[in-house]
Design a protein around this ligand. Structure first.
Ligand code: AMP
Ligand code: ZN
Length: 471
């Protein structure tokens, strides 16, 4: 598999350190609010990456954190803890907020067929690990104490900016909101490993540490949680592009200083979902959620299909019109699958040929739009329907678009409708009942209803007229 590696700025053949296990880490959500559909784009593409690796024969162990402490409103260590902000907004405790939005996140993931990572670890679970790493960094001379906080000293690194081919706009995102200069820092890029001095006295979660009562910085959690479950070497680290700087840059700085060797070989960054008016952000107040899509009548699968149609390394523009087009495309696809027959034997040669094309799409830096096109190639192929169904079910192990379930449901619905319209005698009785009702002959209308009921037919009165179904 070829993947674009943000560290080397090119597509590279993916070679895990250990063939028997790909070690993959993904930055999880900050659970102070619902995930917006931009966040979920990143999780969908990471899900496709994990499933592609498994499909291509690599066993994977994937770990994700839940940020429930330490992420300040500016990624540059200033502002208020986002969790505290959420708690204040909703008059709840920080732990209540964390539980509520963690559950909401996984419920959104379920709706979008995003598999739960093998390990999910809340940041507040690993305080001992942070204290150990920070102590080691202090001993090694990579960290210093100033004004009560512990800082990482970026001057001790041979190279700090490792992802420097990102555009300025993305690099600036993390440090834009309300930046205030911290005079304790020796170098402008130094970052907090452990806070004891916060401007906010009411910081809800605090722990004892060798440097006083305080709480961890945001970046340290990902390094420690990754090492706790995946060891000293990581194959793939994934996240949204805004996390490349400062978050991932700082993760590399502290991890490699702590370990004394290279930590992670491949960095996978998903580009942003934007709206016409720019970047999507939770802090802007109103934002787009999966529930909102559902309220507007969209199947979450239509959003997953929309995301898969574009490459993860391109910005994607969301509009209701674009989503509507994707939903129409998805519905047509399901209708075509529903029309396939089920009889026959799978043609193994045809199966292998089509599968190869699908694998090539995944192998070429996760080209999901080509992978989606290969669904249509299968539908057009010269093989029999049984082979087509087998192929589509197989590809859906990666794409997770509910293809077969949705198509079978549609086919059953269509069959039921067809069965209904195929009974002229029942139709005639329903019409007689309608006429009786119109003539205010309710006794006759009820008699017909009872007669139909005795024959296992239920009448449903709708504004468009009376329909019936078998019970
Ligand atoms: P957060 O909950 O803010 O920590 O972000 C969760 C994930 O969503 C991170 O991997 C971010 O990089 C990613 N992310 C944030 N905004 C967007 C966006 N507009 N489009 C795609 N991914 C995003
Ligand atoms: Zn992270």
């Amino acid at each position: 598999m070829y993947l674009y590696n943000s560290l080397t700025h090119k597509k590279e053949l993916f070679v895990p350190r250990d063939e028997k296990l790909v070690r993959m880490y993904t930055c999880g959500p900050t659970v102070y609010h619902y995930a917006h559909i931009g966040n979920l784009r990143t999780y969908i593409m990471e899900d496709v990456l994990e499933k592609s690796l498994r499909y291509l024969g690599y066993p994977v162990k994937r770990v994700m954190n839940i940020t429930d402490v330490g992420h300040l409103s500016s990624d540059a260590d200033t502002g208020e803890d986002k969790m505290l902000k959420g708690a204040r907004r909703e008059h709840k405790t920080v732990m209540e907020i964390a539980k509520y939005y963690t559950d909401a996140f996984f419920s959104d993931c379920d709706k979008l067929n995003i598999k739960r990572p093998d390990v999910v670890e809340p940041a507040t679970n690993c305080i001992d690990e942070y204290i150990h790493m920070v102590s080691t960094l202090l001993e090694k001379g990579n960290a210093y104490i100033a004004g009560g906080n512990v800082y990482f000293d970026t001057a001790t690194l041979p190279q700090y900016y490792v992802f420097n081919d990102h555009d300025e706009e993305d690099l600036a995102v993390g440090v834009r909101e309300g930046v205030e200069e911290d005079t304790n820092k020796r170098n402008k890029n130094d970052f907090v490993l452990w806070f004891t001095k916060s401007k906010f006295e009411d910081q809800a979660l605090k722990w004892d540490s060798p440097w006083g009562v305080g709480y961890p910085g945001w970046h340290i959690e990902c390094s420690c949680i990754s090492m706790k479950h995946l060891g000293e070497y990581l194959d793939i680290h994934a996240g949204g592009i805004d996390n490349a700087f400062p978050h991932h840059t700082n993760e590399i700085a502290q991890s490699e200083s702590y370990l004394g060797h290279k930590w992670c070989n491949y960095w996978f960054h998903v580009h942003h979902l934007n709206t016409d008016s720019g970047k999507m952000s939770k802090s802007k107040g109103e934002f787009l959620t999966v529930s909102l899509l559902e309220e507007k009548g969209f199947d979450p699968m239509a959003y997953r299909y929309f995301c898969l149609q574009s490459h993860y390394r391109r910005n994607l523009v969301f509009s209701w019109e674009n989503l509507q087009n994707a939903a129409a495309g998805y519905d047509k696809l399901i209708a075509r699958i529903a029309a396939l027959g089920k009889d026959g034997e799978v043609d193994e040669a045809a199966f292998a040929e089509q599968k190869k094309r699908f694998e090539n799409a995944l192998n070429g830096d996760l080209n999901t739009s080509v992978a989606v096109t290969s669904l249509y190639d299968v539908l057009k192929a010269k093989c029999n329907d049984a082979t087509k169904r087998a192929l589509l079910a197989d590809f859906d192990r990666v794409l997770s678009l509910n293809l077969m379930e949705a198509a079978d449901k549609l086919a059953a619905k269509q069959a039921q409708e067809a069965a209904q319209s195929a009974d002229p005698e029942i139709d005639a009785l329903v019409a007689q009942r309608t006429a009786a009702k119109k003539a205010k002959n309710f006794a006759e209308a009820d008699r017909i209803r009872d007669e139909l009921k005795a024959r296992g037919i239920e009448i449903i009165d709708t504004p468009q007229g009376s329909k019936w179904k078998r019970i």
